[in-house]
Design a protein around this ligand. Structure first.
Ligand SMILES: *Cc1c(COP(=O)(O)O)cnc(C)c1O
Length: 355
């Protein structure tokens, strides 16, 4: 072996869901929003004045976007941090806050980026098993640790933790930083944001990727005490001042300001989800109640993998995780009503014929 090879950081990277390049497909595998972003964003996209601005570096503080988010959330500017998708915000948060010798804690079944960041930043971690109904057991997070992170609703289960349980975890973790990853909170959950007033060691992370239909723009943000936010910015400025590009700052601001559209689109997805749950039950699927824009379902007799493969043949993409405890589940993103109807008719035919 060449000597220099041992100086290379070895990591097993996160594997994102497939992004097939098909013209016509039903894509229910990466929790994207089936509806377009706000028209207000489209109007800005057509504005030629933006083009000339590309000569210049963007505002390193992204203050227009930070201010819009702060206003919308009723926070002050120094309580908001923005990044290139919440993946960027979370990676930065791992590096900034998780510097203890003690392991950080997160659930065994959760967003599969957490263990990847822990590995790449050499952060010790321990996972805590969800109960048999895929619920987080709050008592598991009482012991000494180097920090806590979990999504709420959890992914890929869709299970929402009540605010009282989150506060309970905070009460038991006053000496470390607790991160609540709220990528899906807009689809019917209650945000932990109000707890920021009481707990200055809490960071709440949200994204424009799912509820705001802007996964392609890469905009995420964190809300926390001024002290936590300053620490995040210090780390960000230590390796790249211009993480947010100019269009993200402008278009993200336009999206935040069009609240009517946002509320309408989210309500549509929630409606479709509730209807889809009933249909899926009738087809023999079971799942925990989901408060996200997906459901995580298992069929009573047919293996998830068989359904996944057969759907794929018909250019219908859902997510299948070949991992312990969840290898008989499908994570199905809620698309438009029409897409879900097509998926259901595929399922009806497939389940009817399956032996
Ligand atoms: C989608 C997702 C993210 C990351 O989303 P971005 O597109 O990077 O904002 C973070 N956490 C969870 C749990 C997610 O599902």
């Amino acid at each position: 072996m060449k000597a220099w090879k041992k100086n290379i950081r070895q990591v097993v990277p996160y594997v994102p869901g497939e992004q097939p390049k098909k013209e016509k497909m039903i894509k229910l595998n990466t929790n994207e929003n089936p509806y377009p972003p706000s028209e207000k964003v489209l109007e800005l996209m057509k504005d030629p004045a933006q083009f000339d601005k590309l000569r210049l570096y963007p505002d390193p503080t992204a203050s227009m976007l930070v201010e819009a988010i702060a206003d919308y959330k009723g926070l002050s500017k120094d309580q908001v941090f923005v990044g290139v998708g919440s993946d960027d915000v979370l990676a930065m948060a791992f590096m900034t806050y998780f510097n203890s010798e003690k392991p950080i804690l997160f659930p065994d079944i959760t967003y599969s980026f957490y263990d990847v960041w822990a590995d790449v930043f050499r952060i010790p971690f321990e996972t805590k098993a969800l109960d048999d109904n895929f619920h987080i057991k709050k008592e598991d997070y009482y012991g000494e640790n180097g920090g806590v992170i979990f999504p709420n609703p959890n992914a890929p289960t869709g299970v929402l933790m009540p605010l009282s349980d989150i506060e309970d975890i905070l009460i038991h973790n006053q000496d470390v930083i607790v991160i609540v990853d709220e990528a899906y909170i807009d689809f019917g959950g209650i945000s932990a944001q109000p707890l920021l007033e009481k707990y200055e060691n809490l960071l709440v992370v949200q994204t424009f990727s799912k509820s705001r239909s802007m996964a392609g723009m890469r905009i995420g943000y964190a809300m926390g005490s001024a002290e936590l936010i300053k620490a995040l910015n210090d780390v960000k400025y230590s390796f790249n001042s211009y993480t947010m590009n100019q269009p993200s700052i402008l278009w993200g601001t336009a999206s935040i300001k069009d609240d009517d559209y946002f509320q309408k689109m989210v309500a549509k997805i929630v409606d479709t989800r509730e209807w889809f749950k009933e249909e899926m039950k009738q087809l023999g699927f079971h799942f925990q109640d989901s408060m996200a824009n997906f459901i995580f379902a298992s069929h009573e007799t047919i293996p998830a993998k068989d359904i996944f493969m057969a759907a794929r043949e018909k250019d219908i993409y859902v997510r299948y995780f070949n991992k312990p405890r969840i290898d008989n589940y499908l994570r199905i993103t809620i698309g438009t009503r029409e897409e879900m109807e097509e998926f259901l008719s595929f399922l009806k035919e497939f389940c009817g014929k399956y032996k």
